[in-house]
Ligand binder design. Sequence first.
Ligand code: GDP
Ligand code: MG
Length: 602
Amino acid sequence: IPLKNYRNFIIVAHVDHGKSTLSDRLLELTGVVNPTVDNKQVLDKLDVERERGITVKAQTVSMIYNYKGEDYMFHLVDSPGHVDFRLEVVRSYASCQGALLLVDASEGIKAQTVANFYIAYSMNLHLIPIINKIDLDTADINRAEEQIEETFELFRDDIVHVSAKTGLNVKYILPKIIENIPPPNEDKYHREKPLRAQIVDSWYDSYVGVIMLVNVVDGKIKKGDKVEFCQSGEKYDIKEVGIMYPDRRELPELVAGQVAYVIPGFKDANKVSVGDTLRKVGSKVEALAGFEEPKPMVFVGAFPADGTDFKKMEESLQHLFLNDRSVVFQRTTSNALGQGWKLGFLGSLHSSIFKERLEKEHGKNLIITAPTVPYKVKFKDGSEKIIINPDEFPDGTKKSQVIELSEPYVEALMTFPKEYTGAVMTLCENNRGMNNELQYLSNGQTLMKCLIPTAHLIDDFVGKLKGVTRGYASLDYEDGGYYLSDIYKMELLVNGENIDALSTVLHKSQIEKCGREFVSRLKNFLRIEQFEVIIQARANGRIIARETIKARRKDVLAKLHASDISRRKKLLAKQKAGKSQLQSVGRVAIKGEAFQAFLRRD
Ligand code: GDP
Ligand code: MG
């Protein structure tokens, strides 16, 4: 099939608007899957992965379609819809020339439709607007058309009306793909040139090892070829190439314009770096421009609870993160919790997926600290530091070296029924939102843009937004950059000693309230000791809040007869053994359960 008959595209849609269902119908129409069997979302390895908590991978499926006597090769590239995975979205869009923009007829356009549209539009993809679910009683096709016209500036006449569920009109999409989406550009893709293939994604398969999804830009690649990774210089013999149809289907060779898989024949997933270029060994061609590296936005500390084996836990965590190298994973130590790990995630969805999974698998054995965002500190000597551990946030004497403190923001994109506009604006204000922009859509919906500190986004902003809109709002976001901020480190002290793992960075406006709340909550989880325990919150060198736990005399030895020496020794030894498992702060031994209870906020 000549290059001019290739079409590489994606489907852009808000969650539940029918992307997976439409993919299934397209695969049936092109004979990739048999319509008689119950095709439940062939491409939805994605959702399964999401459930399992592994990073959402780009998927691709190829189709061959005969139109006016000619064969066409389609590559439908599926990508994670959520903007936590924005860079993965961008990567998969990069191998496409067009997009199907899918909108639910009863819901109209939503935050995720808009966010993904912006990405597709900025990458010059040709768009085919589609209204789905026209079979529903609640479908309002007219309204959806109006929205598509005014928000995306696409023509009403170009919109295809379908029901992905019943299959109605889906067949009209295929000719549109051929006519409206251009083939891979001949200025960029060359079959006759020496091989250059960009790695779009990779994953691990327990049978064949690492599998890479590649976008073949120049030349050809086949089994037995000796190839080299431009970045690392490592060389391998290709074991297999092919297309996803919908599962792996081996082909004699791949050619420029294809988005397909390559098996390099090794097991170590760390050897592959997404964005890198493959070329033939000995070839001097230049590497393709790489992709931007994903930047973690949310960090938590994780510590084994009392009596849990560090090594075993570490192995188990490493295994969990094997297929997701966007997770940052490094060792750290805490005065109260001992040795543990710092984990970094791409965004709030990404971190909650893993948190849920960690809790399910390790429950009581793992203590996870409150999430934090990367703060930026600029020092007088001109140096800059990104702080991901709140306890390292400068205060006291270190603070005098600082000239600028800033915190990350996201640009939130929200849609909700117009009557909630006031409530949402108040919510944004209370969360230190700024630069509000409003647009009223034709179906009584409001589209609102707002800059919000990432720290608030990850503090269940979505939950609060749903709360004030009775569940009707949807939110998406993109990186909003750093802004100067009046932020301080807040510490929790027990008998004057800081519990490092519980330090947080807070905006000035939150310090009083949080300080009081943290102190009174922590009090509930500490034991009564034989001495007075004082709990304090301190910020900027000042004590914000204080609670005292009165001493209780509970002498294990009191009841014993003084001469009962051996019994006495035994008891003391027992007490000591019990203690040695616990870390203590300010002479107060704090049990892992106490931390867990304190950190569990729901
Ligand atoms: P995705 O999240 O965009 O992949 O959406 P899905 O394809 O999983 O569809 C979400 C839900 O909408 C499923 O329950 C589908 O059965 C349903 N759905 C998809 N297309 C249609 C349609 O054309 N009509 C109706 N009535 N339901 C649909
Ligand atoms: Mg889906």
